[in-house]
Design a protein around this ligand. Sequence first.
Ligand code: PLP
Length: 469
Amino acid sequence: MNQSDVQALYRAVPSVDRLLKEPEITLLNTEYDHRLVKKMIHKALDELRREIKDGVAQAQNCLTEEIIERIKNHCRKAFGPKLTRVINATGVIVHTNLGRSPLSHKVATKVAEIAQTYSNLEYDLEKGRRGERNSHLRNLMIELTGAESAIAVNNNAAAVLLALSSLASGKEVVVSRGELIEIGGSFRIPDVMIRSGAILKEVGTTNRTHAKDYRNAINENTALILKVHTSNYRIVGFTKELALEELVEIGQEFGIPTMMDLGSGCLVDLSQFGLQEEVTVQNVISKGIDVVSFSGDKLLGGPQAGILAGKADLIETMRTNPLTRALRMDKMTLAALEATLEEYAHAASPFDTIPTLKMISKTNEELRSKSDELAKSLSRLLNNVADISIEKGVGRVGGGALPMSDLPGPRIAIHPRNQSAAHIEQRLRKANPPVIVLVKDECILLDVRTLFEEDMLLLPHILLDAITT
Ligand SMILES: *Cc1c(COP(=O)(O)O)cnc(C)c1O
């Protein structure tokens, strides 16, 4: 490359001010701090000038689009993937990878308020001295579940760990072989058991466990009988498991406490939506199980949390375990959990106020009219590039909550005419905000069950962009 070519390349490099006026850079400024974006512009231009000096840059590298791409890459690298909202068009409500349960505006507002001010987190306003951070929550849980007492920690995995460590460290815990579950993200009952210091005593077989199996396993070193809700699979066919009443009876006969790891923590009856098999927390407590553990962000529809409810003396043993301090939830989560439970206690119907329950309880007519509405605006925008139709679909509760239960409803199928659906799916994941969809038979599938109002407005344009550019 001769000297005048090199000079031409230097001249082709746009100025910082010109780049700042580019719409794509304006967009970056909304996404990242504008000073940092400016820093990345300088970085990209310095890098390019170095390449020109070293004789490795081509005319193409000096095109504004190319430079913007370079700046974007620098921004992405510098600021890493950040936690961002996504549009969940999968119809899977408690989506484990997408943050499980969304909170309502009211609950989120409460969190923001507590986060920005001082609070009575550990202060007793009546007595004017140190209070207990768990107290208000405990009262709500007592009211809602009928348990004598309750305590909350970071997640249900922590709750199970805390319970086992408090009640059975160095002692045996009897569990059916049909219930030695693994939940995604490496929560495995046998492994948690080891960490807690408790000794797993497996009984029965994979498909059948009888009362006599439990009875024969109990000895002077037995500390707990544990039942685990098989949240994410079913054993069907020639099976046998003990009813809760039978388990309680055995516990009482031997003077050994019983515990159930319930998983999803449902407080309302879901059978009216065809979700038969989910047993409520109240139900388990009323059967006489001594301790129940469950998640805050599955069917409860609150923040990530683990709740232990049950007999007061057992909960007190857990509260005073030093592990509790390590597993305790922060004030923002506590605010969210309290506000969620307040909805159960005081709202006319939690199905109107808790997003997860709202999505579960959507009627076929509601889903149908929402689908029609979205399909109509999609057809208007995409009529030259894709075929839109509405077909039968199935939503899911998901998230290790009720993976086997279908929530039938309509879904929109978008068949792009000139591109593969897989390619569009990939583009949608990189959109702003990203859209998560399912792909089947060369169609992009959209389930309106998990869409918010705002998503409905954004989606047609994002799709148009993904298909046409
Ligand atoms: C989901 C689940 C867990 C783990 O709960 P996290 O809140 O994810 O920690 C434990 N046990 C059962 C039965 C579950 O379904």
